[in-house]
Design a protein around this ligand. Structure first.
Ligand SMILES: Cc1cc2nc3c(=O)[nH]c(=O)nc-3n(C[C@H](O)[C@H](O)[C@H](O)COP(=O)(O)OP(=O)(O)OC[C@H]3O[C@@H](n4cnc5c(N)ncnc54)[C@H](O)[C@@H]3O)c2cc1C
Length: 374
């Protein structure tokens, strides 16, 4: 969110400084790990669809500017009982915004996506043609590089220690000095929780897991074309998401790996301190996802090939916290990602830039207004 806000402000010719406590596109926050699911029929809230559509346009703009692939639209399949959160939420977003979903019957599902065809007889499968994968690290670098090229100052390895808003401006303190700004955007991911006492943001540890085909299973079937982005609700509290191998675009080491995870907002949450995140890996990190994968996708080796810790920061209503701080008009807040914000990050950057400059918004942002918790 911060990288994209920096880009959108720099694009308008605003004098802007970006502070990052680690190097840009580091693996210690919430935005690393090769891919993120992109969906246009956003099951988490119908008003997210216009934000996803704005994001898509900005992803494409950034691709043009950087000459890199940042978003690959392949279509995605949502699976579950008709009244499940995943199916009902996807349908609600599609019908609110006139998106065409295709319901795949069992034969068509089996013919097109055989690895996703192990459904209960009452389950349905919806194809969202606007879904795909975004590539987070290159997107962040592209946004920051473009902002730098336009004159933004980027301070890496520079932790902001204090933000002091006053009547005439905001003082920003770091170990190496002090900055005076007209406005400040706080887009601190998991670290934002400690800054906003008026809303309960819960950073939680969320491992990312990659799996390989079981011995004897043909690796060719595990590419993104055969095993596209999917979200499957197996029971009220069990949601599995994933996608097949993205192939060479993500680097040769990624091979034929399938990425999968569990839906965090359906899980019990254990709040963590982002400065003390346990970066070790134990079987507890992958046991549940391996078990769900065993029930949902045949032919996968249940032992993960790779596990990386990550974090999401959940808000009380599982929606973002993006807008002007109810405590100070010079402070703009961008956080509470609730595990589904990367696809929206370019648009959220644009929204944050508009708040910072008092420009009117071009999409509905009432449902993510921080003031709802104040
Ligand atoms: C396992 C997993 C799967 C996910 N899957 C998806 C998905 O499929 N689709 C999707 O859209 N989203 C997904 N998400 C969520 C998505 O990755 C996050 O919503 C998004 O990356 C959050 O971005 P952010 O800008 O809020 O946080 P971050 O990217 O963590 O950025 C915050 C930055 O602020 C910096 N910072 C914090 N405090 C300070 C300070 N005091 N001074 C200087 N710098 C500071 C941090 O170092 C960090 O770089 C997933 C997340 C996880 C963990």
């Amino acid at each position: 969110m911060g990288a994209n806000a920096l880009w959108r402000l720099a694009e308008r010719g605003v004098r802007v400084v970006g502070f990052e406590q680690f190097p840009v596109a580091h693996p210690l926050g919430s935005s690393h790990g090769v891919t993120r699911l992109f969906r246009e029929a956003c099951l988490e809230h119908p008003d997210l669809t216009p934000i996803a559509q704005l994001s898509k346009r900005l992803f494409r703009e950034l691709e043009e500017l950087s000459g890199q692939e940042l978003l690959r639209i392949t279509g995605g399949v949502m699976l579950g009982a008709p009244d499940s959160d995943v199916i009902a939420g996807t349908r609600a977003a599609a019908s609110a915004h006139g998106l065409q979903l295709q319901e795949l019957g069992p034969d068509e599902l089996a013919a097109r996506f055989p690895l996703l065809a192990t459904l209960e007889p009452t389950d349905v499968a919806l194809l969202d043609p606007g879904a795909g994968v975004a590539f987070p690290e290159p997107t962040i670098r592209a946004a920051v590089d473009r902002a730098s090229a336009l004159g933004a100052t980027v301070l890496e390895n520079t932790r902001v220690l204090a933000i002091e808003p006053g009547d005439d401006g905001v003082t920003i303190r770091t170990a190496s000095g002090q900055w005076e700004a007209d406005r400040v955007i706080l887009a601190q991911g998991a670290w934002l929780a400690a800054e906003l006492p008026w809303v309960t943001l819960e950073p939680i540890r969320t491992p990312m897991t990659w799996f390989e085909p079981a011995e004897g299973a043909p690796a060719a079937g595990f590419g993104l074309d055969h095993l596209p982005v999917f979200v499957r609700q197996l029971s009220e509290s069990e949601v599995l998401w994933g996608h097949g191998s993205v192939g060479a675009a993500a680097g040769p080491e990624k091979g034929a790996l399938l990425k999968a995870g569990i839906g965090d907002i359906w899980q019990e949450r254990v709040r963590i301190d982002p400065d003390a995140l346990d970066r070790g890996v134990t079987p507890a990190d992958w046991r549940q996802v391996a078990e769900l994968l065993g029930r949902a996708v045949p032919g996968i080796d249940p032992l993960p090939a790779r596990v990386d810790p990550c974090m999401v920061t959940v808000s009380p209503d599982d929606q973002f916290v993006v807008g002007r701080s109810p405590r100070h008009p010079r402070v703009i807040v961008g956080g509470g990602d609730s595990g589904h914000a990367f696809k929206h990050a370019p648009a959220l950057g644009e929204i944050l830039a508009r708040f910072a400059l008092d420009e009117p918004q071009i999409v509905d942002v009432a449902f993510i207004d921080p003031a709802r918790f104040a």
